[in-house]
Write a protein that binds this ligand. Structure first.
Ligand code: PLP
Length: 393
């Protein structure tokens, strides 16, 4: 059995393309060509070159000596925080903008919640000289002012979604509406391994550079190309999908996914989607989804804006249900103290999303000789305000 997507666009029971009729031509166009185009030599060459010279890849696999001593195991950090724009998200936006170019599209739309994906999209649009429109909930525009300013500086137009709860889900609805109205010249860059097939697989492939590099780097450092444990935080699931990708079908690697438990899994203020979720459809894909008894989507909560999503990508829903991955969750408090610990022990300020992955070290024991890799998805500059408020610095 494989944990990769099948030819129908499913991971086990999850995935597919549940979309309105009017969106069908756009999604179908992508589905037909995404593997072919991204496998072309000229595509791979341009993608690899931009990842190297613009993003700064390969990112280091850093042996965290003091952290390892504290937890009495061998911990390596995959430094996605050192990517241009400060997180892994740019790996995907570079891939999708190159695809858009080959499809003859010159207008890009995106949705964003905290603004990180909006910034990564605005960045690559500036790089390629393409028009960029980012949909963002009206409330998020107020909460995430620095990222709104970044997008504007990069030349993007930020459009407010004023319906519903005025947050990510509403911004996504606006983006979908835009795409329906502009099917010919527009490509929609989705920011995680969510959405209708082929998006989850396409985004996972662009992010898979993370585990491709880890294989090479571990072979050099440990004499084998795999870790015993691969740990990542899961919002929609794209940094995790990239870190797991080349290990999904290798049972010797224990996969650990960390979700945001907010104020506690059963507190009513949480984003622990796999544990709390039931099968449902969100943004075009069948997955595990936090919802009420009558199927209304529940508003998620996490101190980390990037994990504050009511669903999870279909790859991860399948990893959960099939028990291929071990799912744990970290509360706001556990994540914040794990983040601060990394600052003190290693001199690295992580994004609050990433701090959830680090909290796994306190949740379970690892053996002395275990090789543990943690995907350090992003840096904490964007979160300084939150850290300051939380710790009273
Ligand atoms: C957006 C973001 C996440 C969560 O998104 P995934 O698709 O689950 O990776 C995690 N870490 C950082 C730093 C982010 O910016």
């Amino acid at each position: 059995m494989s944990y990769q997507v099948n030819e129908k666009g499913y991971y086990g029971d999850f995935g597919g393309a549940y979309i309105p009729e009017m969106l069908y031509p756009n999604v179908e166009e992508l589905r037909k060509v995404y593997v072919e185009i991204t496998s072309e030599d000229s595509f791979k060459k341009e993608f690899d070159q931009l990842l190297k010279e613009y993003v700064g890849r390969p990112t280091p696999l850093y042996f965290a000596k003091r952290l390892s001593e504290k937890y009495n195991t061998k911990i390596y950090l995959k430094r996605e925080d050192l990517c241009h724009t400060g997180a892994h998200k740019v790996n995907n936006t570079i891939g999708q903008i190159l695809l858009a170019k080959r499809l003859g599209k010159n207008r890009i739309i995106a949705e964003t919640g905290a603004g990180q994906h909006g910034v990564a999209t605005a960045t690559v649009c500036a790089l390629m000289g393409m028009q960029c429109i980012v949909y963002m909930g009206e409330i998020d525009i107020k909460r995430q002012a620095p990222n709104v300013a970044r997008m504007k500086m990069l030349g993007a137009e930020v459009r407010a979604a004023k319906s519903g709860s005025k947050t990510l889900k509403d911004a996504t609805n606006e983006a979908i509406r835009d795409w329906i109205n502009n099917p010919v010249d527009t490509h929609y860059i989705i920011g995680s391994v969510v959405g209708p097939h082929p998006y989850p697989d396409m985004v996972a492939r662009f992010q898979s550079v993370i585990s491709a590099e880890i294989k090479t780097q571990l072979l050099e450092k440990e004499g084998r190309d795999y870790p015993d444990h691969m740990i990542a935080c899961v919002g929609g699931g794209s940094n995790a999908a990239g870190a797991y990708y080349h290990y999904l079908d290798r049972p010797e690697v224990n996969i650990i996914a960390v979700e945001a438990a907010g104020k506690g899994i059963h507190s009513g203020e949480s984003a622990a989607t796999s544990v709390l979720g039931k099968e449902g459809i969100i943004h075009g894909s069948k997955t595990l989804l936090m919802q009420s008894k009558d199927g209304q989507i529940t508003e998620p909560y996490s101190i980390s804006a990037g994990l504050d999503y009511p669903g999870v990508g279909p790859m991860h829903a399948n990893l959960y249900r099939s028990k291929r991955a071990e799912f744990i969750s970290a509360t706001d408090d556990e994540a914040m103290s794990a983040g601060l610990e990394l600052c003190k022990l290693e001199g690295i300020i992580p994004a609050i999303e990433t701090s959830h992955a680090l909290a796994a070290l306190d949740h379970r024991a690892f053996s002395k000789d275990d090789v543990v890799v943690i995907n350090l998805s992003g840096r904490g500059d964007k979160d300084l305000g939150n850290y300051i408020e939380y710790f009273n610095f």
